[in-house]
Design a protein around this ligand. Structure first.
Ligand code: ADP
Ligand code: MG
Length: 383
């Protein structure tokens, strides 16, 4: 899936062969038929396999480690066994040096280019929830990258806890020294001071770099490289990837409202574009503009058409009524009901209000000085 792993035959070394025959004698080969390789990283290779008992296609992760080093792999299995959350990859079955999990349709690297902004926001939001679930068990991921965020059964899940840090005293694996993670995604404190400094704050930085990647398509190189993301994402990314830890969002929960804010801005931008485009392709005609000008000038955006009509000279009322019909057809006005659900009159819709926000000044030629006295035949209303 990540492009480096398309080989049809998997070059297993003798060390791998040894690792695949655990002492318990319960290798995955007894239960699963191997299909293609889905990807491989530092310590493991992942294959698509068929569960011979059920015929189901699942993913199998086989460790490249053996002996003492296998403890790291077992730690990953233990962490996953302990984490039950819809945004964390579930573990289905395991042996000494392997485990199986549901088959993903892709990861954020492969799927992001096809995704709209709303879907990207959702992916980050779900990954953040998965990470928060891990923190609740004092587990820090330490390798948050687009490759490790998978699409499984219509959800986004965090996977690959191979570098995760468990609570002190529980790990059974010596403290990791030096660097852990993936360059470009790892936080400055991890780059500068080592794995020991990795926690939820460095995961936040990494997730921010994931946002950089999925919104620009450019893989980040080093932590100090500033990446220009699209404007609506800018402030979010800045706060996720601040060099100073105290300037970042302090928790994954704090990130959620900020993601909603990006979504709100996105909707606003879409509406503006839509309104501008709609306006260019099928412009309001003069009759609609004049009717709209009258409504906005004379009312609070809700009105009784009779009352408004009565203020006009008789021969202009037909013109006004057709203007109303056209605006209704355009979804610019709708029925306005009172508290008891009875039709009270009409009001401008959100579509009209959005249009006014962007195009309001186009009505000014049609505004007329307020008429104090009942209109005579030479009123100023221009129709
Ligand atoms: N459940 C899965 N379904 C499909 N592909 C997967 C699955 N799990 C992992 N992969 C693919 O295999 C790659 C390596 O798996 P990962 O668990 O990240 O191993 P590593 O620890 O070697 O990085 C991932 O980047 C992903 O592309
Ligand atoms: Mg990985």
């Amino acid at each position: 899936m990540d492009g480096q792993s398309k080989s049809a035959s998997i070059p297993l070394t003798s060390q791998h062969e040894a690792a695949r025959e655990p002492e318990s004698g319960f290798g995955w080969e007894a239960k699963y038929k191997r299909l293609e390789s889905l990807g491989s990283g530092g310590g493991a290779e992942v294959f698509e396999v068929i569960d011979q008992r059920t015929g189901e296609h699942v993913a199998l992760k086989v460790s490249k480690w053996s002996g003492e080093d296998l403890r790291r792999f077992r730690r990953e299995v233990e962490i996953l066994r302990n984490l039950h959350h819809e945004n964390v990859i579930p573990i289905l079955d395991d042996g000494d040096n392997w485990y199986t999990m549901p088959l993903a349709v892709g990861n954020l690297t492969s799927l992001a280019p096809e995704m709209c902004d709303e879907a990207l926001i959702e992916a980050i939001s779900q990954a953040a929830k998965g990470l928060a679930a891990a923190y609740a068990k004092e587990v820090f991921h330490r390798d948050v990258t687009p490759n490790n965020i998978l699409r499984v059964e219509q959800r986004w899940v965090v996977s690959d806890f191979g570098l995760a840090k468990r609570p002190k005293g529980l790990s059974g694996v010596p403290t990791t020294q030096g660097f852990v993670g993936t360059r470009g995604y790892a936080a400055p404190e991890v780059e500068l001071y080592g794995a020991d400094r990795a926690d939820q704050h460095s995961d936040m930085f990494s997730l921010g770099r994931v946002v950089c990647f999925i919104t620009t398509g450019k893989p980040p190189q080093m932590f100090h490289e500033r990446i220009l993301v699209p404007r609506i994402w800018e402030s979010l990314v800045e706060k996720m990837t601040a060099i100073e830890i105290s300037e970042r969002f302090q928790s994954m929960n704090e990130l959620q409202p900020a993601l909603l804010e990006v979504e709100r801005r996105l909707k606003e931008q879409r509406r503006d574009e839509w309104v501008k485009k709609g306006n260019a392709s099928e412009d309001l005609n003069q009759q609609e503009l004049i009717t709209l000008a009258l409504i906005t000038q004379e009312t609070d955006h809700d009105f009784r058409e009779r009352e408004l009509c009565d203020r006009l000279q008789k021969h202009k009322r037909g013109f006004f009524n057709i203007g109303l019909l056209r605006l209704r057809h355009r979804n610019f006005i709708e029925d306005h009901e009172d508290d008891r659900g009875e039709r009270w009159g009409l009001r401008l819709t959100d579509v009209a209000r959005d249009w006014l926000r962007v195009n309001g000044d186009r009505l000014s030629p049609y505004f007329v000085p307020t008429v104090e006295t009942p209109p005579s035949d030479d009123d100023n209303i221009p129709f």
